[in-house]
Design a binder for this molecule. Structure first.
Ligand code: BGC
Length: 365
């Protein structure tokens, strides 16, 4: 082959090869007891994800807009002190042992009664007073990303069983993948998620974002945001996102469920055709041209419109996090499943493996 032809062939194959992810580890400060916190920077082509070992928090996610200009599309803080001092938002964190709410901070499993801290009114929320979001995870670099491990002791935050959780963040050319596994030595309940606050424009509010959720039904809630147990059709309600609809189009409607949530703060039951990850939701930001697709094998997704952000919490650059500054799409089992025998079970038994995948795909149009 002539040199020019060979060079052209090589150039083509180089274009076709997916860019490899590079992983870089840095320091992110120390916990009050001296435990070091690390930050992992994953880069692949135009994407960059930064994850810290405190809470396994996705502290920044940079993706290009339609003009190719990179921007950070998640809310967060500037430093470790910011994350440690923020007890309410769960910006970017890994949530466990049980994401979302458990009614009255209590459940019974195989005849034994368990009590959890009531850290959200009368209910337990996001794993308790010191959930997985505020623990320092062990970390190691793996091809394409970082693997985080945390062992939660038997009885920690009131949950039974020693739970070994391993969460891997992988960056590809167009996505961030989260792979969650866990095992236990005693029957327990598990519901892990990531609590990123997405703002695809990187600024302002998310009310103009077009949202699609692949769901025909959701779980209406009571005043404490605990599901009533009903699986309600979204048809004819402001909860129908089966076609792309602006997040803000119906958020202020006189709807009892929207009033209870102060906006959207509900679990949608995902339509499923198989067992593997499927498209659960898509967000299109007309301003930046960015879109986000969420794929998961989980049965539900909590769509939360940052209704409790009121400017009290200061985010990156000291900027107040204002109402509807971001949206969360938390892939999960339904809230309060440990008290709802009719919901898919969240019980993990010894010898079994909790194993689930969620992928956030990024693009522009
Ligand atoms: C909950 C909200 C809560 C937010 C931050 C979401 O998962 O559904 O009610 O305010 O997390 O804690």
């Amino acid at each position: 082959m002539k040199f020019a032809a060979l060079a052209a062939a090589l150039a083509v194959s180089a274009l076709c090869l997916p860019a490899a992810t590079t992983v870089k580890k840095g320091d992110y400060g120390k916990m009050p007891d001296g435990t070091p916190v690390a930050i992992y920077t994953l880069t692949n082509g135009a994407l960059e994800a930064r994850i810290i070992t405190y809470g396994g928090i996705l502290v920044s996610m940079k993706t290009p807009d339609r003009k190719g200009v990179a921007g950070d599309i998640v809310l967060g803080h500037d430093d470790l002190a910011g994350y440690m001092g923020d007890k309410g938002t769960y910006f970017g964190a890994l949530i466990g042992r049980y994401a979302n709410r458990i009614a009255h901070g209590a459940f019974t499993l195989n005849g034994a009664a368990y009590k959890l801290a009531k850290n959200n009114g009368e209910n337990a929320l996001h794993g308790g007073l010191a959930g997985f979001n505020s623990r320092v995870w062990a970390a190691r670099e793996v091809p394409g990303g970082v693997e985080l491990s945390y062992t939660s002791k038997d009885g920690e935050e009131g949950y039974p069983g020693t739970l070994k959780a391993v969460v891997t963040y992988l960056l590809t050319t167009n996505s961030l993948q989260l792979h969650y596994t866990a095992t236990t030595d005693k029957a327990t309940v598990v519901n892990l998620t990531n609590h990123s606050y997405w703002n695809l424009r990187g600024d302002g509010d998310i009310l103009n974002n077009l949202l699609t959720i692949n769901s025909d039904r959701y779980t209406p809630v009571d005043a404490g945001l605990i599901p009533t147990g009903e699986l309600k059709s979204v048809a004819g309600t402001p909860f129908d996102f089966r076609k792309p609809t602006a997040v803000g189009a119906r958020i202020a409607q006189n709807d009892p469920q929207l009033q209870l949530g102060h906006g959207y703060d509900h679990n949608w039951i995902l339509n499923k055709s198989g067992k593997g990850p499927e498209l659960a939701a898509r967000v299109d930001d007309p301003a930046s041209g960015r879109f986000l697709e969420v794929y998961t094998d989980q049965p539900g997704i909590q769509f939360y419109t940052g209704n409790f952000l009121d400017g009290t919490v200061k985010g990156k650059g000291g900027k107040p996090a204002l109402l509807h500054a971001a949206l969360c799409l938390e892939t999960q089992h339904y809230p309060d499943s440990p008290n709802k025998p009719s919901f898919p079970t969240t019980e993990l038994k010894p010898g079994a493996k909790y194993d689930t995948t969620t992928e956030f795909r990024f693009g522009t149009r």
